[in-house]
Design a protein around this ligand. Structure first.
Ligand code: ADP
Ligand code: C5P
Ligand code: MG
Length: 212
């Protein structure tokens, strides 16, 4: 079988995966990273929610069920959404001449098969940023977020299922990348600003603060 070449070369694109349990603060910290380091933020969950309500999507009902049950949507769907979003960003808002585009991919890969498939067909990642947060803290944040988020999965029952999926299915991805020395881990229980200070430290230690 012929070897597959990823759609994007690491010569042109830097990919940072952003992982952490539901409610650990990935979306919140992403906004800081976009502002300070020029990352393009792509949230797998946001892309799936947009696809869920897109007129004419054949996946709408399927995505809705998976999200409510806290299960991982089949990877082909999510990887295609991410790959297309990357291509669109490169076409419409290319990075400054002579520099690489920088993508912060939030909430992905949530399962080992997604990690393998993405790196084989889309782009090899540079780093994994991982927010470590205990479940009681995440639960309190999510229940509070659920008061205004309108998300169908920010309720006690879905949250329980999402935690289970995270422990059983997503943590093995973090461990796999840890074994490759690709993980920067940050404790995420303190205030947004304190967590961000640690995130910055981790990013800078790995030399990712400067565009290349
Ligand atoms: P994730 O994207 O990892 O699920 P979010 O960034 O949406 O998490 O954060 C979940 C909720 O917790 C949001 O309502 C957010 O405002 C809040 N939050 C995020 N980080 C912190 C923090 N360090 N301390 C307190 N609340 C936080
Ligand atoms: O990251 P976020 O909390 O927005 O994800 C919401 C839901 O979207 C997840 O609980 C899961 O059902 C789905 N999802 C997925 N695969 C991903 C990211 C999110 O199936 N890589
Ligand atoms: Mg989020």
């Amino acid at each position: 079988m012929a070897a597959t070449t990823p759609r994007f070369s690491t010569k042109d694109v830097t990919v940072v995966f952003f992982l952490g349990g539901p409610g650990s603060g990935k979306g919140t910290q992403s906004a800081n990273l976009v502002k300070d380091y020029g990352f393009v933020h792509l949230s797998a969950g946001d892309l799936l929610r947009a696809e869920q309500v897109r007129q004419g999507s054949e996946y709408g009902e399927m995505i809705k069920t998976y999200i409510r049950e806290g299960k991982i949507v089949p990877m082909e769907v999510t990887v295609a959404l991410l790959s297309n979003a990357m291509a669109e960003s490169l076409a419409t808002a290319p990075p400054p001449a002579g520099t690489k585009a920088r993508f912060l991919i939030d909430g992905f890969p949530r399962k080992l098969d997604q990690a393998v498939f993405f790196e084989k067909t889309v782009c090899v990642s540079e780093l994994v940023l991982f927010l470590d947060c205990p479940e009681d803290v995440m639960e309190a944040r999510l229940l509070k977020r659920g008061e205004t988020s309108g998300r169908e999965d920010d309720n006690a029952e879905s949250i329980r299922k999402r935690f289970r999926t995270f422990v059983e299915t997503s943590m093995p991805v973090v461990e796999d990348f840890r074994g490759k020395d690709k993980v920067v881990e940050v404790e995420a229980t303190k205030s947004v600003d304190e967590v961000y200070a640690k995130v910055k430290e981790g990013i800078e230690k790995r030399g990712l603060h400067a565009r290349s």
